[in-house]
Write a protein that binds this ligand. Structure first.
Ligand code: ADP
Ligand code: ZN
Ligand code: ZN
Length: 726
């Protein structure tokens, strides 16, 4: 028997199947050790066959099978083949996506814990021990009361000698069991199950057991999560399993609570916040069938769970579902593959579906299901738009409009909570010299440094490098320093002056870096009322706090002028999501949106919660200008520490791209080579070839091919419909 093996080397020259002589118990999906070019390397068996196309006499045997139960299950292996083809990836890279390194590379192991139980009845035990062994007597008494005790704990309390003597005498038993390093403490959280509204029932009945993709569009607070949980519950009753994806689970501890309370001991989580050991244990729990529900961020879509009854992508419009690093994949496509493989429904849920998904629903590729109203008939909070130019003209140069302050003040006086959103962290977005125009920039990246007052430092938000704050200009020595647009830190500072007695919390990348950082801040916020939460977009995601009645959007224009084709869509989503945090249990929600472009159609539609109106306008615009979904945008990014090399390689690829333009003619709408919007990141110069063409797999594949060259000290990265260009 021959084994078809992929070797674990990321290199195009070896991206093919090699044959080896299989060992007796070699199975498809196993990790193996094989000889390769004079070395021993890790490999994955993707097939077994009686015949080989190679010279049988030259084929070497597998050195060793690394497991008895294959780590790659049949469905996951099929998924890898799909990924390779669909996203133009190397098979070895696909395997890296589906099996985390802690499992793949054997650098984590299961941990065993022991506990002790009583083997004999208590009287017999006491007789056997004798009166003088006080510690032994105390231990058996404890066991008689509690049933069991952890081995380590018993040693701490009663001493190693006593414990071991009792084990040797056969009075107590030492039991081994597998320890799970991931512990989610919510034993005290009990969340009641709601009786579904007619709209929710209709959604459940329409979706359940259907082998189709559904777009569940429900306004914020319409009870989507309740629909997901009911469908999952029904799946479990049917002996099936579920995957539920959220943009970033560590941001939404409430979701963890709701799931753990509804499915106790049956939820496994997979996300970037886990330690390697925790990830290993959770992955194995899924692999071994011990958890029926997987809750996690985008990579949880690869979870080795069998017999899926539903896959859910919550907040489906969120940009985190498109991975930005290599190997690049789009979560929706992976989920569709798995849902069809398991003949189960895929639910894409959102209050503000992506234009792309809604277009597919319009064309019938997805089935649209709606939850048009908030639970209990609550109204959507009123959104008022404030023209900040008027404020400036009237002499108000503070970050807060008069209306915002009066509404905030009113909210606080009523003992309620407020959320203020500003999509910039730090104190000021840049620092520059008023005399000579000098602007502080990162040494390694072509970007302005951000001032952080708390640490009194300048930080690069691209590479994390830190610099001393400026007291005078390094260029002309002037002390006349200008601070740029405000961020979360400065908002908190100013609020403290206005509301000295109100608790104010800040949630952004700086305050949440430590483990469970989000959870702690949100816990604090939720237990104080009145209080104010200031934060970046991480406060927009899915939080459900009943006491929040006021939301202020300080500078909505930040994302509007991001100058890529998705900026309108993203701004509409952001405004709707942030506004959706207000008035979730009472009818007093109010939102103030500050902007310098009060007439922009994005805001006009957002203030009326008019998704359909916005969609119509946007899809027409995309059609007339030839942007996705009516075209594919593809970018080839070339980076190198050597500026010349990067330019040289870009030119080389661009020449070939021009040949494609000749070949495909009008189908290629746009093609240009240029420096990237951010010209240098982490010492690497960046150039891009940007193209737009009528959607066609053949053209996509040709562009991948011309970019598929290996050049020393140069990286080449292809992105399709990238979320942001920088
Ligand atoms: P969404 O996910 O659409 O934002 P949620 O599922 O979080 O909405 O529901 C919003 C709030 O309404 C939550 O506090 C939830 O517990 C509550 N809720 C959901 N469904 C019901 C129901 N059928 N009856 C009563 N309350 C409900
Ligand atoms: Zn200066
Ligand atoms: Zn930098």
């Amino acid at each position: 028997m021959f084994a078809n093996v992929i070797v674990d080397i990321s290199n195009d020259a070896v991206d093919r199947v090699f044959d080896y002589v299989a060992l007796d118990d070699t199975k498809v999906g196993m990790r193996v050790k094989v000889p390769f070019a004079g070395r021993t390397v890790l490999g994955y068996v993707i097939g077994l066959s009686e015949h080989t196309d190679f010279d049988e006499n030259k084929i070497k045997p597998i050195i060793k099978n690394l497991e008895s139960v294959p780590k790659i299950k049949p469905e996951i292996l099929q998924l890898c083949l799909f990924l390779a083809k669909h996203f133009f990836l190397r098979l070895s890279d696909c395997i890296k996506l589906v099996i985390p390194s802690c499992v793949r590379l054997d650098n984590q192991h299961e941990m065993t814990e022991y506990d002790l139980t009583l083997l004999l009845d208590i009287d017999t035990a006491i007789n056997l021990i004798g009166k003088r062994a006080k510690n032994q007597l105390a231990l058996v008494a404890t066991l008689n009361e509690q049933g069991s005790i952890k081995y380590q704990k018993a040693i701490e309390i009663f001493g190693r000698v006593s414990v071991n003597t009792l084990i040797e005498k056969g009075i107590i038993l030492k039991n081994a069991y597998r320890k799970n390093r991931y512990q989610y403490d919510n034993s005290d959280v009990k969340i009641q199950k709601n009786i579904l509204t007619p709209a929710q029932k209709n959604a459940v009945n329409t979706i359940q057991n259907q082998n189709e993709t559904f777009l569940l569009q429900g306004v914020t607070g319409s009870g989507k999560t309740e629909v997901y949980m009911t469908i999952i519950e029904n799946c479990i009753k049917d002996n099936k399993t579920a995957i539920m994806l959220v943009p970033e689970i560590s941001l939404t501890p409430q979701m963890m609570d709701r799931f753990n309370s509804r499915f106790p001991n049956d939820v496994a989580v997979l996300h970037s916040g886990l330690s390697e050991g925790e990830r290993f244990d959770e992955w194995e729990r899924i692999f071994n069938g011990q958890a029926h529900v997987v809750l996690g961020a985008r990579s949880a879509v690869f979870a080795p769970i069998e017999n899926l009854g539903v896959i859910i992508i919550d907040e489906e419009h969120d940009s985190s579902y498109v991975s930005e690093s290599n190997p690049r994949f789009i979560t929706h496509d992976v989920a569709i593959f798995r849902a069809r493989f398991n003949s189960c429904p895929l639910i894409l849920g959102s209050a503000t579906p992506s234009i792309d998904s809604f277009y597919k629903a319009e064309k019938g590729e997805y089935k649209l299901v709606k939850l048009p109203e908030r639970i209990n008939g609550l109204e959507m909070p009123k959104i008022e738009i404030i023209d900040m130019l008027n404020e400036v003209m009237d002499g108000n140069t503070s970050p807060f409009s008069r209306k915002l302050l009066s509404k905030l003040d009113d909210c606080i006086k009523r003992g309620k909570q407020a959320i203020l959103f500003i999509n910039r962290r730090g104190f000021a977005s840049f620092v520059m010299c008023r005399e000579c125009g000098y602007r502080a920039k990162c040494d390694d990246c072509e970007v302005s440094l951000v001032y952080h007052k708390e640490d009194n430092e300048l930080k690069c938000h691209f590479c994390g490098k830190r610099y001393r704050a400026l007291t005078n200009c390094p260029n002309c020595n002037s002390t006349n320093i200008k601070y740029g647009a405000l961020g979360t830190e400065r908002v908190v500072n100013e609020l403290k002056n206005i509301f000295p007695n109100v608790p104010i919390y800040r949630m952004d990348n700086d305050t949440t870096r430590r483990k469970d950082g989000h959870k702690k801040i949100l816990e604090e916020f939720s237990t104080h009322s009145p209080s104010i939460l200031v934060g970046t977009q991480m406060i927009a995601k899915g939080h459900d706090y009943p006491n929040v009645s006021f939301v202020g959007i300080l500078d909505a224009d930040v994302s509007l002028y991001n100058s890529d084709y998705k900026s309108n869509e993203r701004t509409f989503q952001l405004v709707t999501q942030v506004a959706g945090r207000a008035g979730r249990k009472t009818n007093d929600g109010y939102v103030v949106l500050q902007t310098y472009a009060p007439k922009h159609y994005v805001y006009r539609f957002a203030m009326n919660y008019d998704y359909n109106g916005f969609y119509e306008k946007e899809i027409n615009l995309r059609q007339t200008t030839g942007f996705p979904p009516f075209s594919t945008i593809l970018r080839i990014l070339v980076t190198s520490v050597s500026d010349n090399k990067a330019i040289e390689v870009t030119k080389k690829i661009f020449d070939k791209a021009n040949e494609l333009k000749t070949k495909y003619g009008k189908s290629i709408i746009f093609l240009q080579a240029m420096p990237s919007p951010v010209k240098r990141i982490q010492t690497k110069y960046r150039y891009q070839i940007l193209t737009r063409f009528v959607p066609d797999d053949k053209i996509t594949s040709d562009f991948y091919n011309i970019a598929d060259i290996i050049e020393k000290d140069v990286s080449i990265f292809v992105e399709v419909n990238p979320n942001n260009l920088r």
